[in-house]
Each structure stands twice: as C-alpha cells, then as structure tokens.
Design a binder for this molecule. Structure first.
Ligand code: USQ
Length: 387
C-alpha cells in the first residue's frame, strides 16, 4: 500500500537512493534536507568523486525518467521547528525516515566547532522530530538510522552482539536476582557515535511516555554507491565520498586501488567491522517501513557480514593487479584488534537477501568509479582528523 513518507536527509548518500527506491515503489515521497552535506564539502574543500547534480536537477530528471514526483523542502530540522511540524502535518505523514544527522566520526572529532555542531545538529534534530510527532500524530512511524558503533565493536570477547537489547539479572535488594531486558551498554568511539547513543535514550522515553512507534536501525559500514534506481540516468548518480573525513573504509580502498594510490590502512588492520551493501541498506529500510514497530522501540542490526580491514586488503589484492598498501599510524583512538560477531536474524527472517562482498562486485564498483572519477584531490585522501 502506498504511504506518505518524509525522508529527512534525502539529499545525502543513503537518503537519495532511498527517495528513489520508495518513489519507484509508488509511495508519495517528500524530501526534507538543508543541504548541509554539500556545504560541509565547500567548507572542507572536498567533493564527491562522482559529479552530483543539484537537488532540483536530480528531481526533475527523476520526473522525466519515471513520470514520478518527489517533493523537496529546504528545512533545518534542528532550528526550524514550526516549519518541520507544519510540514509533517500538511503532508498527512505515515512514516518519517530520519537520516539527517552529521554522520562522519572523523568530522565530529576534527575541532571543538565540529564536535559542537555534531551534537547540536544531531540531538536537536532528533528531538525536534519526536516533539513534532507528539504535536501532530503519535501514530506516525519513525525509522531512524543508527549505527553499529554504539555497541563498541565487541565489548565482551566471543560474545555475539544482540539486536539492541540484552538480558541481565539485577539484585532486587534482597540478594535475589531478577531477569530484566535493557539496552545493550553503549561504548561510543567518537562524538558522532555518542550522539547516536543519546538518540537511543530519547527513543526509549518517547516510546514510554507517548507510545511513539520507533524503529532504530543499527547500520554497519556501507559499501558501493549505485542502486537500480540511481543507474537509470547519469544525473541521478549518488555521491561517493573518498576524503579522510567522510570516505568510509571499503569505498576508499576501492577508489585507491582504481587510481594507483596505496590503500590507507590505519594501525595494524586487525580492526573488525560490520558491512552492508548500499542496495541491501535500501532493502532493510524498506522492510522496516513495512513492519511498523508496535510494543517497544524495535532495534535491528543492519549489516550482512563482518571483516577485518586486512581481509578487505587481501580481497582487493586478489582482485586487482599491483595494489600497494600503506600502513599508517592510526589517527583514531580505537582497539588495535577486535573480534566482532553480530546477530542480524530479524532482517533475514523478514526476507533480506544478503549481497555479500565478492571480487565480482568489487570489480563492478571499480569499473563504475574509474569511468566517473573527476578531479581527484590526492591531498584530501590522508586523514586530517586525529584523536
Ligand atoms: N579506516 C582505515 N583506513 C581508512 C579509513 C578507515 O583503516 O582509510 C579504519 C578506521 O580506523 C576504522 C574502520 O576503518 O577502524 C572504519 O572506519 P570508517 O571511516 O569506514 O567508518 P566509521 O568511522 O566507523 O563510520 C562509518 C560511517 C558512520 C557509520 C559507521 C558504521 O561514517 O556513519 O555509523 O561507519 S560502524 O563503523 O559500524 O559504526
């Protein structure tokens, strides 16, 4: 059934392909975005590897190619509450997907200004959305993109990270231990990750007090850049970040291999992380929208596989010729080495078909970006944020 869906942050890396996917499935889609990601690029002197069109051009090409309309409003949700609330009301909203957070850990740790911006933007934005839902209609389903990073990548050796909640026993004061379910303890590794842990507390409180339906998706590192819909026209192309702040590890490695740049491994490369292909990320969000949260804040782990960075290096070396590797002093405070086992049964039970990392898929992305690489700025590749 067609739904009225607002995608907040619909001009970004996940938001843009999501808007196309949901519009293609005949939902009525409205993008709210303040275009902050484009402004940060200007501030940092960086740019997407792919040449992305303006939001207006993107939307008119989408209309030309498919006959479908996606609406757009430029609203800063962290500061323009009345506009946000009135828009949610006027659109007769069924679902809000919240992707409007500053999402780069290195950017959040760059300076006091970028830390404060990340906290102000992310926390006020999330809280304003929740407030607006209370003001307008508590039946609206909020789907939020959280992060695997809230768990701290394996706090207990050999444990399997559950989906959001853990069962614990608590002393009731008389030495009797009672079973309770609590949120998995938080171990954020950056100011950015910390804002996602704070979001989780907002969600618990708004569920308890106003019974808001909330699904929180703890996503791993996305790789890839195109989806079935973004491939329909060159001007629908998604952004591809490769700089030291916004580029994520696997996409950076593919881009580096495609341009004869040594792969920038931080530390020993023994860090293990969770990954998901961008098309699968869209699948998961669609599944979450179609399965409205009811009894509690639903938390899904949105990932399909885990790898050490050294695994990724090996796969890339086995796929392409003459790959060089540069082991750099780690600019981040993180465990030198960790195990990471993650439960993702909920999405699998709801029909997710994992698109796992293979040499063939790496080659497709490599070829795609090689053809579309414009103006690579080598100086922006090396990490400039350190903590
Ligand atoms: N790393 C390298 N070389 C690089 C870039 C990164 O070795 O050139 C390492 C980092 O030290 C880290 C790992 O690769 O150990 C992942 O770094 P990343 O920049 O790919 O990912 P991260 O900073 O964790 O953040 C990204 C997204 C964030 C999302 C998160 C999911 O920017 O929005 O929430 O991935 S997760 O990592 O599972 O927390």
């Amino acid at each position: 059934m067609s739904k009225n869906i607002i995608i907040i942050g619909g001009d970004g890396f996940c938001g843009w392909p999501l808007a196309l996917r949901l519009s293609n499935k005949n939902n009525n889609v409205l993008i709210i975005d303040n275009l902050s990601r484009r402004k940060i690029d200007l501030d940092l002197g960086t740019s997407s590897l792919t040449e992305i069109s303006s939001i207006h051009e993107r939307l008119s090409i989408w209309k030309e190619v498919t006959g479908k309309t996606i609406k757009f409003l430029n609203i800063n949700i962290a500061t323009e509450y009345e506009k946000l609330k009135n828009t949610i009301q006027d659109f007769n909203t069924d679902v809000i997907v919240h992707l409007a957070e500053q999402r780069a850990a290195p950017y959040s740790m760059k300076s006091r200004d970028t830390s404060r911006y990340t906290v102000d933007n992310n926390l006020s934005g999330t809280h304003n959305i929740l407030s607006a839902i209370v003001d307008v209609n508590t039946n609206i389903h909020l789907v939020h993109i959280g992060t695997m990073g809230v768990y701290g990548y394996g706090a207990v050796k050999n444990s399997i990270i559950p989906e959001g909640y853990v069962d614990v026993k608590m002393d009731d004061g008389t030495g009797n231990f009672k079973d309770i379910k609590i949120l998995h303890p938080f171990f954020p590794g950056s100011i950015y990750h910390m804002t996602k842990t704070q979001d989780a507390l907002f969600f618990q409180f708004y569920k308890k007090n106003w019974n808001i339906r909330i699904t929180d998706l703890h996503q791993g590192i996305i790789w890839g850049l195109y989806t079935e819909e973004t491939k329909l026209h060159d001007k629908l192309i998604n952004r591809f970040d490769y700089d030291g702040d916004y580029g994520t590890v696997l996409n950076r490695f593919i881009m580096q291999a495609a341009n004869d740049i040594p792969l920038t491994v931080y530390g020993t490369g023994e860090q293990t992380r969770a990954f998901i292909h961008i098309e699968n990320s869209m699948d998961c969000i669609e599944i979450a929208i179609n399965n409205k949260a009811e009894d509690r804040v639903e938390i899904y782990n949105q990932m399909t596989e885990t790898h050490t960075l050294n695994n990724l290096v090996e796969l890339i070396k086995n796929t392409f010729d003459n790959v060089k590797v540069d082991y750099l002093d780690n600019p981040r405070k993180e465990l030198k080495k960790n195990d990471l086992k993650v439960k993702n049964q909920q999405f699998l039970n709801l029909g997710l078909k994992p698109k796992l990392l293979t040499s063939d898929k790496l080659k497709e992305i490599y070829d795609y970006i090689k053809k579309r690489s414009t103006n690579i700025d080598i100086s922006s590749i090396y990490p400039s944020s350190k903590w």
